[in-house]
Write a new protein. Structure first.
Length: 359
């Protein structure tokens, strides 16, 4: 048996009719950039998240970079970033000349250690980027505990909520990616920023579109960071299924959690399970055995950011962030998508229980 890590073909089979018609409609009308499809999606996604505004942009990385720029972060400012996240969270900071200030994660949740984040604040700190990693949301009260602007990296948590607030609606801005394998994915790159700050919304609209207020009238130095209309049309259709797909992910996660043997450490807490991450003592060996058995797995992420060569100027050393460093050696992401079948899951569980060793 073959178990893919995600199954985008199965998803397409489900939405084919409506998505294909929506794409065709954009092509027929010839409105490819911004326009009614993008506005329609922005409105629907803002409502879904529970923010008053949404700005469609070209990717999750651009969303983060523009949100930072939009709230006035500039060269030399420090921004707190968890060391256990996808590289884009920190690249958004360095892209505008600001400096990531790395903070360790919490052992059990893998999320930003809030107490350590508070300790890391100094006179140059201008913002915090908590990441709702693997589909689990940083608690709303923790997000509210900073006296600094909070930019939520919600690229893995479309639809997750905490104390009645959805990911992306709590901080000054929420940043989303619609990379194809995310819980809400486009058919190419895409992203969005949600905010309830109308001044920030207006600035972001300028920033994504050459800084122009109307054609050839350029107020600030913007760029070209727009969500395109075909992607918006796809996302508008798929957004209607997001809650149901997240429920399927939760059901698949519950199956893993209930059937993996004792000693295999599994996720805790509420999550929309962008990823289902276990911890084992023999991670590399287990991953190799599973690959031989036709089971695709992933490691999210193998190198904590302070040890990534691209950030070597920050002087990070082995031992600086022991919780994240240990996690990086033990974590393994099992196949997860709304379309994973019970036969596939049974097979994965059988093999993990056979070869996985307790941490
Ligand atoms: C995917 C992802 C991003 C980047 O999004 P892109 O659309 O690929 O640029 C940023 N942060 C996290 C946590 C992500 O998972």
């Amino acid at each position: 048996m073959n178990v893919p890590f995600v199954d985008l073909q199965a998803e397409f089979r489900e939405v084919d009719g409506e998505v294909s018609a929506a794409i065709r409609n954009v092509v027929q009308k010839g409105n490819f950039v911004l326009g009614p499809e993008v506005e329609g999606f922005e409105e629907a996604f803002a409502r879904y998240v529970g923010s008053s505004c949404c700005i469609g942009v070209s990717s999750g990385t651009d969303a983060l970079r523009m949100a930072l720029e939009g709230i006035g972060i500039s060269a030399g400012d420090e921004v707190i970033v968890p060391v256990n996240t996808f590289v884009a969270t920190a690249l958004a900071v360095t892209a505008i000349g600001a400096v990531p200030r790395f903070v360790d994660s919490v052992d059990e949740s893998f999320l930003l250690d809030i107490a350590k984040a508070h300790e890391a604040v100094n006179s140059r700190t201008r913002a915090v980027i908590p990441v709702h990693l693997y589909g689990r949301m940083v608690a709303a009260e923790d997000l509210a505990s900073f006296d600094l602007p909070v930019i939520e990296d919600a690229a893995q948590a479309h639809g997750q909520d905490c104390q009645g607030r959805r990911a992306g609606s709590v901080g000054r801005a929420g940043c989303f990616s619609f990379y194809p394998s995310k819980n809400l994915g486009a058919y190419g790159d895409g992203g969005a920023i949600t905010t309830s700050d109308e001044e920030l919304r207006d600035r972001l609209r300028l920033l994504r579109n050459y800084g122009q207020s109307r054609k050839y009238h350029h107020e600030i130095k913007g760029g070209n960071h727009r969500l395109d209309a075909i992607q918006a049309a796809v996302l508008r259709v798929k957004l209607k299924s997001l809650d149901r797909w997240n429920q399927c992910r939760r059901a698949a996660a519950a199956y893993y959690t209930n059937h993996l043997k004792d000693g295999i450490s599994r996720p805790t807490g509420e999550s929309v399970y962008h990823l289902y991450v276990i911890r084992v003592g023999n991670r590399d060996r287990l991953q190799g055995k599973l690959a031989e058995a036709g089971i695709d797995t992933g490691i999210h992420y193998p190198v904590p950011l302070h040890l990534a060569p691209c950030f070597k100027e920050l002087g990070g050393r082995q031992g600086d962030f022991p919780v994240a460093e240990r996690a990086a050696r033990e974590i393994l992401s099992l196949p997860m998508s709304p379309f994973i079948t019970s036969e596939q899951q049974e097979y994965v569980v059988e093999k993990v229980n056979k070869w996985g060793e307790p941490v």
